[in-house]
Every structure is written in structure tokens, then in C-alpha cells.
Write a protein that binds this ligand. Structure first.
Ligand code: SF4
Ligand code: SF4
Length: 335
């Protein structure tokens, strides 16, 4: 295991990575590649030094927009495809800067504006001195994403890491995703895609050509319950997973374990039986539900649909893992 870098060495390595990235990008002579570098998508976060989204140290790029509506989602800010304004009322000092900056004059201190009128332009957030107003999500070019990701190349090289595209549902912006994946692989980076699998099969297989690892969710395997909980049918997800597995694509399954939704024995048996029937895929990560999303829902002006639902107990997690292992799966708890 590599020793933990100091802050100073991190800065030095990051600077070196940045210089290399700039040099490489500036050599882009192919007009098609240059056009792709300018392709845009909406991302709401780029998280560095991530260790839960695939092997090694990774940078996770969060694409905004998801066709599913799982009540246990801990990234509610990822669901809407467009940028969103958040207000942290407790940070507001009522200075009035937001109102002065708002082109419509509707920014009003600690209060969220009328969503039907707000332009989501972010002027109020840019003017706010305390961070009480924040715009979640903005448009990025492929080039900007690649520049951000390449800053940490030395960490990827040391740890066997790379870049992971998550969300939201990254396949919902598949053209942008494809361009980012292609650009990352052209730089020799390991690429992973964290997905619900809900997309056309053509999209999934096209993305697979540029993806070294899929982190693929399996939530509920009863079609009626899947539709009720997530808002989308199950069939495309399982069909795509079988098609992807048949190609020999590298896949780590991920199952959120949510008490009262999918932790019953019948669902665990169904997930285990389905996963064990795949030809190449054996690894499954069990992700115990946690309540990190509650505060985010409040900031976005809504209530957490999970209410005060508990996290699964350690015993329940271990029992679920044991059941899954009993079907020959390589089960890991967490990331
Ligand atoms: S995002 Fe733009 S339109 Fe909306 S409240 Fe802020 S400044 Fe006004
Ligand atoms: S600019 Fe920020 S701190 Fe000032 S009134 Fe608006 S939200 Fe409050």
C-alpha cells in the first residue's frame, strides 16, 4: 500500500498532473476530437480521492439527471437534469446581495424562489458572501472534465485507480458520457460507470466499448415492486445486465440494502439466484442504507421520502451477506 501523501506533495503532484494534462490536450490536432472535447453535459460534483467507486484511488464525476425516483436516494440533487438552486437558510445574514444580483429581483435571502420563475442562472449564489445560496450542477465540457480528472493521474497510477462516472444516472447523458469515456481512455485512464442499467441496450453496449468496469445496481427483482419503488420497469435493467455480462464486460453488482423495501428473504433469494446465473459476474457489493439524504432534501425544499426509516442493523447486513454468499457470490459490504 502506498504511503499517504502529504498536503505539500499532493499540491506538487496535482500541479504536475495539470501541466501534463494541459500539454496533452493542447496537442489535440484532430478536428473531430476537438469538437468532442467541446461537447457539454451537466455535472453536479467532481469528487477527488474517492475509494468507494471502483478499484484504487479514483475521481468520481457525478452527472446530473436520473429517470428513477428511488425513495432511498442519498443524492436527491442528482435527480433533476438541470442545475438547481439550494438555500441553506441558517447561513443567511440578510445582506441583500442576492436580491441585488438577481435579474428578476426574486432572490430573497433565506427563502427559495418560486421554481416556476427562477432562471437557475446562479447569479444570487455567485453574489452570496456566506454560501447560503448554492447552485447544484453546471454545464461542463468534456475537456473541462478531463482536465479535472487528469490532475490526479499520479494517484491513479500508484493505486490502480481511475475515473468513475456516476450520478444521477450517467447513461441519461450518454453522448456526453461516451465522449468523456473515450477521452479518458485515450489518456490511458481506467474507466468505470456506476449505473442503474436503465437505458436502451444499444446505449449500454456502446458505453461498454469505453468502460473498463461497470458498477451495476440490482435493487428489487419483483417487477411490480421495482416499478412501484423506482418508477421504472425492471425488465430493461435485467436484460441489459445479461447482455453486458454475455460480452464478458467486467461488472461489480451493487445492492442497496434498505429495510422494509428490499431486505426481505424473498428478494434477497431472487437477487442471489439471478446474480449467480450470470456467466462472468460474481462480485456483489451490499450497500447498507444510511440517512445522509435527509438534510439534502430539506435544502432543496422537500421532505425526505424515507422519513425516519432506520439503517439496517449490523446483524441484518451480515445475515443478508451470508445468504448471498451461500449462492457462490463474492460479497463485499460497502463501496
Ligand atoms: S438563480 Fe437566478 S433567477 Fe433564480 S433566484 Fe438566483 S439570481 Fe434569481
Ligand atoms: S446574499 Fe446570501 S447571505 Fe445575503 S441575503 Fe442573500 S442568501 Fe442571505
Amino acid at each position: 500500500m502506498a504511503s499517504r501523501p502529504t498536503t505539500a506533495s499532493r499540491r506538487g503532484i496535482a500541479l504536475l498532473g495539470r501541466q501534463r494534462a494541459d500539454a496533452t490536450l493542447d496537442r489535440t490536432a484532430d478536428p473531430g476530437a476537438a469538437a468532442e472535447a467541446q461537447r457539454t453535459g451537466v455535472c453536479f460534483d467532481i469528487q477527488r480521492y474517492s475509494i468507494h467507486d471502483g478499484p484504487g484511488i479514483r475521481t468520481t464525476v457525478f452527472l446530473k439527471g436520473c429517470p428513477l425516483a428511488c425513495p432511498w436516494c442519498h443524492n436527491p440533487e442528482s435527480i433533476a437534469p438541470s442545475p438547481e438552486l439550494r438555500v441553506l437558510a441558517g447561513r443567511c445574514v440578510r445582506c441583500g446581495a442576492c436580491t441585488a444580483a438577481c435579474p428578476l429581483g426574486i432572490a430573497d435571502g433565506p427563502n427559495l424562489p418560486d421554481p416556476a420563475r427562477c432562471l437557475r442562472c446562479g447569479s444570487c449564489a455567485a453574489a452570496c458572501p456566506t454560501g447560503a445560496r448554492q447552485l447544484t450542477g453546471r454545464t461542463w465540457t468534456v475537456r473541462e472534465v478531463l482536465e479535472a480528472v487528469l490532475r490526479d493521474r499520479p494517484f491513479y497510477d500508484q493505486s490502480g485507480g481511475g475515473v468513475t462516472f456516476s450520478g444521477g444516472e450517467p447513461l441519461a447523458q450518454w453522448r456526453f458520457l461516451l465522449a468523456c469515456l473515450e477521452a479518458a481512455q485515450a489518456q490511458g485512464l481506467h474507466t468505470a460507470v456506476d449505473t442503474s442499467g436503465f437505458a436502451s441496450q444499444r446505449t449500454v453496449l456502446a458505453v461498454a466499448a469505453w468502460t473498463d468496469l461497470f458498477l451495476y445496481d440490482l435493487k428489487v427483482l419483483d417487477p411490480k415492486r421495482h416499478l412501484r419503488f423506482t418508477g421504472v420497469p425492471l425488465a430493461p435493467i435485467t436484460r441489459n445486465l445479461r447482455a453486458l455480462d454475455a460480452t464478458g464486460a467486467r461488472i461489480w453488482l451493487r445492492m442497496p440494502l434498505v429495510p422494509g423495501y428490499n431486505d426481505d428473504r424473498a428478494n434477497l433469494e431472487a437477487v442471489a439466484t439471478f446474480a449467480a446465473s450470470l456467466r462472468h459476474t460474481r462480485r456483489l457489493h451490499l450497500l447498507p442504507y444510511h440517512r445522509l439524504g435527509a438534510e439534502k432534501y430539506a435544502r432543496l425544499g422537500g421532505a425526505d421520502p424515507m422519513g425516519d426509516a432506520p439503517s439496517p442493523t449490523p446483524d441484518a447486513v451480515e445475515a443478508a451477506a451470508a445468504l448471498l454468499r451461500g449462492h457462490g457470490l463474492d460479497v463485499h459490504v460497502g463501496g
